[in-house]
Design a protein around this ligand. Structure first.
Ligand code: ASP
Length: 312
């Protein structure tokens, strides 16, 4: 197994072999998660603290379940309600954490770079559960596992990432991962939601869904990140749905066996038609949630092995 990192802060520093190592181990954990007894002991005796400074449903629950299935002592700190509101700095938070001796720290934060900063100050392995618009590595890894299992490979695929690219950490981590694995990535969305430097990322950019989806194997839709918008980026949600919302007509431009993905939470009738999202022949949105638990188990298991090797 090749995975040498001390933390999982983003996809950017990962080597393709490390990505494959995480996905291979996650594949094994999918089997465990489908069994009637869902327990392994990879994290027995270790303490996992989940600190979410931003709301989350799927990701927090997924990390919590992943830690519990591997035998860790898991604690959720309610950061929204507590210290961030009282103005405690990240450094003070780190000192408090060090005194509690966690082994694994899962952090989500509204500011890009905040998780990296925390990782420099704490004495444990840190997993980035999403920082601002920057990265969301476990989301990209679970997307990769979903694609690999449904397409049988994770290279030389045509993948369209559609919608609000500008505010999306999911898009950024996916662009990095899918590029490292040698796929052809297209970004599709209104020019106001495509970052200005996007053409330099080794991707193709389209502002038209029919053209962008032509011949695609994978159609990945993104949520409009209204909480990160400080002005009007779209004329109206109705107009946005008309031009960029995924419906049967637009999907017909992709390959006949193209899969549809969405990281959740979904705005039905804004970026995606509810019928497409629920169509089990096209949509792999539920599989993405399932793969999320397995990928987080694999990532924490590998980081814990490195912690143990360091201590030995
Ligand atoms: N859940 C994902 C994230 O935290 C996607 C989204 O919120 O739209 O970035």
């Amino acid at each position: 197994m090749t995975f040498r990192s001390r933390h999982l802060l983003g996809i950017e520093p990962l080597h393709p072999v490390e990505i494959t190592t995480i996905l291979d181990l996650a594949d094994e954990y999918v089997g465990l998660n489908r069994a009637s007894v869902k327990h392994a002991d990879a994290l027995t005796g270790l303490t996992q603290i989940n600190m979410f400074f931003e709301n989350s449903t799927r990701t927090q629950a997924s990390f919590e379940l992943a830690g519990m299935r591997l035998g860790a002592d898991v604690m959720n700190m309610q950061m929204q309600a507590s210290s961030i509101k009282k103005g405690e700095t990240l450094i003070d938070t780190a000192l408090t954490l060090n005194a509690m001796h966690p082994d694994l720290l899962v952090v989500r934060h509204p500011h890009s770079g905040a998780v990296d900063l925390l990782a420099q100050k704490v004495n444990c392995a840190v997993l980035n559960a999403g920082d601002g618009r920057h990265e969301h590595p476990t989301q990209a890894l679970l997307d990769a596992l979903t694609i690999r299992r449904s397409k049988g490979r994770l290279h030389r695929l045509n993948i369209a990432i559609c919608g609000d690219i500008a505010h999306s950490r999911v898009a950024r981590s996916n662009i990095l991962l899918l590029g490292k694995m040698e796929n052809r990535v297209r970004l599709v969305g209104p020019p106001t939601l495509i970052p200005s430097g996007a053409a330099d990322w080794g991707v193709e950019v389209y502002d038209n869904m029919a053209k962008g989806l032509e011949g695609c194997d994978v159609v990945m839709m993104l949520r409009l990140q209204k909480e990160r918008m400080d002005g009007g980026f779209i004329p109206s949600e109705r107009e946005y749905y008309h031009r960029y919302g995924l419906d049967a007509e637009k999907l017909a431009h992709a390959k006949e066996d193209a899969i549809v993905m969405h990281p959740g939470p979904m705005n039905r009738g804004v970026e995606i038609d509810g019928t497409i999202a629920d169509d089990i022949n096209r949509s792999v949105i539920q599989e993405q949630v399932e793969m999320g638990v397995a990928v987080r188990m694999a990532a924490m298991d590998l980081l814990a092995r490195n912690l143990r090797a360091e201590a030995a």
